[in-house]
Write a protein that binds this ligand. Structure first.
Ligand SMILES: Cc1ncc(COP(=O)(O)O)c(C=O)c1O
Length: 380
């Protein structure tokens, strides 16, 4: 018989990578509240509150708003599966790992995918997207990543939404790293499908994907000729999350939903503008400090996200070894580059970690580790 392991005993970490970030004490405590059944009438009230809080976070008043019981990738798949049918044309901005993932999922759905590429660290110009749309007037969907976590680049989403307003095409935005961290206005910007995650700027544990769908998108979905996969069917999920009496669809992760409820409540209590300003302040502080050390950032400065900073690994420095030492010796997690990316460190200041004092902790640890890297110490 194999030995039975002891109870898991994970160490404390400061989570300053691309996500998850640390969770507020109240959101963590919510996981310890009494477990209710997923059909309990008291839980049904909590579900409705989550939906209302999520509407505030997205600034979304109509359509369907609810969290999927899966991560950001499933939010992406859900949006594409609802808004595309085989043979439909989708125009996709690709300037990093997650734009590429949109392309891959849309291809699997049998769509005709038209990519509008930009280099790592660059933004995808709205002019280029609109030009492609002129070349493909049959396109049903334009997809962009609002906050490309693989590079730290922000998409000018408000401007894109305004430019698409007069056109007969829907706008899908990946808001996995933007919701709760930077300005995002679902209604005002004319977004038709947005998906996010629970574990980044929203500040809850991973496992849920808040989505928002416009009335225009719902009309398109109602006219589909092929049904969508059952597990992510928004019309069925709406009957559980919003319609009352609630109808069983699947057994929801009750404790995670309490934590999301608390995290979204904290977003609302802080206020969106204040929260966006806090993320901006912490991010710009970190970025100035990084630059003052002679390090370089990957993103074009004008499109640099505050909440995710991609730092180029200097010549001769082993980026993976540095990140490993930050974790092992300082208990700080930062990210590395994703497949296909140039060598980089990705530092996230999200949720409760969007704070100058947290930035200072990361910087002090990085200074200590880099001081022992001969290639960097010699150049500094
Ligand atoms: C921009 C973006 N899109 C999609 C995803 C996928 O989200 P998840 O890992 O929660 O499935 C991520 C994850 O980091 C992301 O940063």
């Amino acid at each position: 018989m194999t030995d039975i392991p002891s109870p898991a005993n994970p160490p404390e970490r400061l989570l300053c990578g691309p996500g998850p970030c640390n969770v507020s004490p109240a959101a963590l405590a919510a996981l310890q509240k009494p477990l209710l059944g997923h059909m309990d009438p008291d839980f049904a009230d909590i579900l409705l509150e989550v939906v209302e809080l999520q509407r505030i976070a997205y600034q979304a008043s109509g359509g369907v708003v609810l969290p999927l019981q899966a991560t950001g990738t499933s939010g992406m798949e859900c949006g594409l599966a609802h808004l595309l049918e085989p043979g439909d044309t989708a125009i996709v901005g690709v300037n990093g790992f997650f734009g590429r993932r949109i392309v891959e999922i849309a291809n699997r759905l049998g769509a005709n995918v038209v990519e509008v590429p930009a280099d790592w660290g660059e933004h995808v110009g709205n002019e280029a997207l609109l030009e492609k749309l002129d070349e493909h007037p049959e396109a049903r969907l334009v997809c962009v990543v609002h906050a490309e976590t693989s590079t730290g680049v922000q998409h000018p989403l408000a401007e894109l939404g305004a430019a698409l307003r007069s056109r007969d095409v829907l706008l899908l935005a990946d808001c996995v790293t933007s919701l709760g961290g930077i300005e995002l206005r679902f209604d005002d910007w004319g977004i038709d499908f947005a998906y996010s995650c629970s574990q980044k700027c929203v500040g809850a544990p991973p496992g849920l994907s808040p989505v928002a769908v416009s009335d225009r998108a719902l009309e398109r979905i109602a006219a589909r000729t092929h049904p969508v996969p059952y597990a992510i069917d928004l019309s069925l999920l709406q009957r559980y999350w919003v319609d009352r009496p609630l109808t069983y669809h699947h057994t929801t992760p009750v404790l995670n939903i309490y934590a999301l409820h608390e995290a979204l409540r904290e977003v609302a209590v802080e206020g969106l503008e204040a929260r966006w300003a806090r993320h901006m302040d912490a991010g710009r502080y970190l970025q100035d400090e990084v630059l003052s050390r002679g390090l370089e950032l990957l993103a074009e400065p004008e499109y640099q996200l505050p909440q995710l900073t991609a730092v180029r690994v200097p010549e001769g420095v082993d980026g993976k070894a540095v990140a490993g030492r930050l974790l092992r010796e300082h208990g700080i997690e930062i990210g590395g580059g994703l497949a296909g990316a140039p060598p980089m460190w990705r530092i996230g200041l999200m949720g409760v970690n969007a704070d100058r004092a947290v930035a200072d902790r990361v910087l002090e640890a990085l200074d200590a580790v880099l001081a022992q890297e001969p290639a960097f110490a010699a150049s500094a």
